[in-house]
Design a protein around this ligand. Structure first.
Ligand SMILES: Nc1ncnc2c1ncn2[C@@H]1O[C@H](COP(=O)(O)OP(=O)(O)O)[C@@H](O)[C@H]1O
Ligand code: SF4
Ligand SMILES: [Mg+2]
Length: 365
């Protein structure tokens, strides 16, 4: 579509004022050791000689082994760009990615391969991610050989992977071609292919959004089970905040390239602080009935309502200004930075006192 910004001097700095981004403790830290960290990631795309899109602005997040962090936001908010930068597929305009305590440097092919075996990216579309001319066994044996070496018993490993993603009896699925599988079965093959690398981090980009609503819950349960058994650090990307609450520890809400709110999944969904999160929650089905809701398809209806309300981010000031019921002149002029609300929560809004009075009064200075 367009190329990466090559001349940083040609890019206008985003207007971000207020305090520097706060350090917020992630509740996912209780699950296990830190695996992957994004610090102040920015990504600009040059759209034309005069136009630059700030697709991702100052995004920081931490993934811990055995923990799930959800990145939630509507289409175009920058979620996949964050994931691609974490996966090493897109170079950040600025900011850094830290893996196991060291800055990620993917200059050589071998470094990229070693990193890829630790950090796997599962795409949203199970239909285009598998090659129609190869069977399931081929799709899995290649990464097993690549990442686990020649000494491993490849076919036994392939069978074990199929069992891990509950494609059983494994012997029946191994010779099947993608067109012989349902969407859910193909997504299971995609998960198995990612696991063949024996990664410590899994970036799951809208893994259930293209699947039939009737099997979404089952797939999320499978992901959760894999996370637990393999102690994976999981980034779950979704436009559906109800499913984020369902199985993530921490939620980061993105709007127009920025994280506008973050905190424990339960708190953010029960008592949203930012007006955009409030809109997402109001448009989503009742999270307490998520199981039945996922099966009924109301999630998609909620997302569609949000989509219709979009009128684009404001060019300056707070990106949510064009949609916010609390907007005033200050919002139109200056973009608020994330402010800490409690030790593990933060939101980027000038008027939390009006948007979430109960939270604002207990705010940590
Ligand atoms: N290669 C690219 N060139 C130009 N714009 C891009 C490119 N990749 C993504 N974008 C734009 O960046 C924004 C964020 O995209 P994306 O990260 O895919 O959002 P999401 O995953 O939340 O839907 C969108 O406006 C998208 O059009
Ligand atoms: S109140 Fe202002 S700063 Fe807060 S979300 Fe609305 S427009 Fe943005
Ligand atoms: Mg995306």
């Amino acid at each position: 579509m367009s190329e990466e910004t090559s001349d940083p001097t040609a890019v206008a700095e985003p207007v971000v004022t207020g305090e520097p981004a706060p350090v917020v403790q992630s509740v996912a830290a209780a699950r296990g050791p830190l695996a992957l960290e994004a610090i102040g990631l920015n990504k600009d795309f040059r759209l034309s000689r005069t136009q630059t899109l700030h697709a991702v602005q100052d995004v920081s997040l931490s993934l811990y082994k055995g923990g799930v962090v959800a990145l939630v936001g509507e289409s175009g908010s920058g979620k996949s760009t964050v994931a691609r930068m974490l996966a090493g597929q897109e170079r950040p305009t600025s900011g850094s990615v830290i893996f196991n305590g060291k800055p990620v440097d993917l200059k050589s092919r071998s470094a990229f391969r070693a990193y890829k075996s630790e950090v796997q990216y599962v795409f949203q579309d199970p239909f285009s991610s598998l090659n129609p001319v190869h069977d399931v066994g081929y799709h899995l044996s290649r990464p097993v050989r690549l990442h686990q070496g020649r000494s491993v018993e490849v076919q036994r490993e392939v069978m074990a992977l199929l069992e891990q993603v509950r494609l059983t009896p494994a012997a029946q699925f191994k010779p099947k071609y993608p067109h012989e599988l349902s969407g859910g079965q193909r997504q299971r093959v995609s998960f198995a292919r990612a696991l063949a690398a024996q990664p410590s981090v899994l970036l799951a980009d809208e893994p259930v959004s293209m699947l039939d609503v009737s099997i979404r819950l089952e797939m999320l349960n499978l992901l959760d089970d894999l996370r637990k058994r393999l102690s994976l650090a999981l980034l779950y990307i979704t436009h559906d905040i109800a499913s984020a609450r369902y199985f993530s520890d921490e939620v980061l809400v993105m709007y127009a390239g920025q994280v506008v709110e973050r905190g424990p999944a339960e708190d953010v969904t029960q008592q949203p602080a930012h007006p955009y999160t409030q809109l997402l929650i109001a448009s989503a089905p009742d999270p307490d009935n998520l199981g039945s809701v996922l099966r009924s398809g109301n999630v998609a209806a909620g997302a569609a309502r949000i989509g219709r309300a979009t009128s684009g981010p404001a060019p300056v000031g707070c990106p949510f200004a064009t949609r916010c019921p609390f907007v005033d002149d200050k919002c139109r002029a200056e973009n608020p930075a994330l402010q800490r609300i409690t030790a593990d929560r933060a939101a980027a809004c000038w008027h939390l006192d009006r948007a979430a009075p109960a939270l604002a009064t207990g705010a940590i200075a």
